[in-house]
Every structure is written in structure tokens, then in C-alpha cells.
Design a protein around this ligand. Sequence first.
Ligand code: ADP
Ligand code: MG
Length: 325
Amino acid sequence: DTLINQIAAGEVVERPASVVKELVENALDAGATRVDIDLEEGGARLIRIRDDGAGIAAEELPLAVSRHATSKIASLDDLEGVATLGFRGEALPSIASVSRFALISRRNGAEHGAALEIDGGRLGEVAPKPHPQGTTVEVRDLFFNVPARRKFLKAERTELSHIEEWLRQLALARPDVELRVSHNGKASRRWKGEGDLLSDVRINETLGEEFARNALRVDHSGAGLRLHGWIAQPAYNRASADQQYLYVNGRAVRDRSIAHAVKQAYADVLFHGRQPAYVLFLELDPRRVDVNVHPAKHEVRFRDSRLIHDFVYRTLHDALAETRA
Ligand code: ADP
Ligand code: MG
């Protein structure tokens, strides 16, 4: 079983950032309003994610780390509606099979917390352990038992920057959640929880003051579509495509067609050959978009791709053109 999990880990766990992503997504699935992320050595030595979500009952800890014990899919029909993707019950067992792993939790309403340790896939016993409501997952020495994988971890700074990039993407999507990050014992980032609407403050904290100062706010609806967010004006354009955040119904996606529409609008009004910086949210009826094309790669397929392309192009073109008039 450990072997199966390690093989699955090959797909789920690419690097520390993928562990952070899986664990933080679990925390959010559990309704957390605050998530603490403690890292050491770029996550290779330690990733500790603590949340204030619903927690896991002591007797369910072993289940949470066994394969396909997801609480998400009650029936096959649900598969279609799985918006919270993850790997459907594979993340925890996979991660636990390639690390020194501990799960400590206290279920909402339970009197005590409990812990379960797994060392390179070897399951320990559930033992009582004090813990506030919510869950802590500790992942130490990632790939310690898979030297071939360990060898491929990059420098501490590189792994850390992958984690930070994913956290920025999350921070923009979930302004309601407080996020605290520490690295090697030092507090490194903090986003305060703000409610459902992404504010200029969080934009500023995430993408920097210069982006915030130069960003144009956009909010336009039509044809059952709504596009809102921020796009940077000429004073802040980038040589690289490093600040391009697109969300479809709240989920970070990569979409060639929309990226093209944004870039084209930007180029037609402002600059050729420069990269726009933006944080854009497209909202539409979920039936108009298929999110299960390639969950891990954040690809989606639109029913009416051409219409959406043109809507995005037109919205941004007009908004940007107005600033020039
Ligand atoms: P999935 O997220 O696809 O269900 P995981 O392996 O990531 O699979 O998690 C397995 C299960 O463990 C979840 O379905 C959930 O019931 C439980 N779980 C994991 N992390 C948490 C958490 N932070 N808080 C509460 N429950 C959790
Ligand atoms: Mg999960």
C-alpha cells in the first residue's frame, strides 16, 4: 500500500508547493477562516499547515489518510459537481507516504484533540493530543525515503518562490481568509481576512503598491457574463507575464483564449510587445464551462469560447480606451 501511495505521490506531489496547495485546499474545504503556514528550508524540511476549520474526529484520523477516503464524493453523480478538486482522496496518503507526516486535529465540539503520525507511509496509533479546534498537518523531510525525488528539489529560494506564487494566487481568490506565512522561524507574509470582496489593500499587499497605484478597476456585465478586477495602466507594464491572474467562477485558471483577448485589448489600446499585469474574475453560469478538463493544470473548456473571448476583449478595450480619451 505504501508503494501504491508513493506511486500516486509521483503525480500529486511534485514539490513542496504542491504539498502546500493540497493541504491549504483541505483547510479551506474544512471551512477555515485562518490558515497558518510554517515553512523551513523552502518546505523541504518542514511544511506545517494549521487551520481553524471543522477538524477531524479522532476515530476518523486513520480514514483521512487512507486512499480514496474522500468526504467529497458521496455518489458518482457528484463527480460532475466537484468544484473543490484536489485529487479525490489521494493527497494525504500520497504526501504521508513520502514524508514524516503528522495529522493533529480537534473536531468542532470534541473535548480533546488527537494525533496520528505516519513515518514514510508507516501508520502509527491515534493518540490524544491537545489542539484547538481545527487541524494541523505537519510534513517533515519531504521525499526523505525517495532519494531520486529528493535530489530534484531545487534551492530553498526557488522552492519558496513557488510556494509564494501559489499563495499570491490564493490570496487574490480568497480575501475572506486570513493567511500567515513564516519561513525558517521568521514571519514572512500576512494577509488579514477581509470579507468576500477583494480590496485595494489586499491587491496592494499581494502585487505591490505600484501595481495598486496604476491599476484600472474594471467591472462589466453582459450576455450572462461578468468580468471584474484590475488591469494595470501603461505606467506599469511588465516585460514578463508574471502578474497575470485569471479566475473563472473563483477558481484560478489558465486559458489561452482569454489571455489572448486581454493581451490583444492591451496591445490595441496601449502597447505592443509589453505584458499586461492583471487580476481578473470572470463569472458565468457554471454550465457554460467544463472545469474537469485537466484539474491539475487548471484548464477549463468554455461552451462558447469565441463569445467569451470577444466579451473580454471588448470590456478591456473600452475600459482602457476611456482612460486615454
Ligand atoms: P480530498 O481532499 O480529495 O477529500 P485528501 O487526501 O486531501 O482528499 O483528504 C482526505 C480527507 O481528510 C478529506 O476528505 C477530509 O475529510 C479530511 N481532511 C483533510 N484535511 C483536512 C482539514 N484540514 N480539516 C478537516 N478535514 C480534513
Ligand atoms: Mg484534498
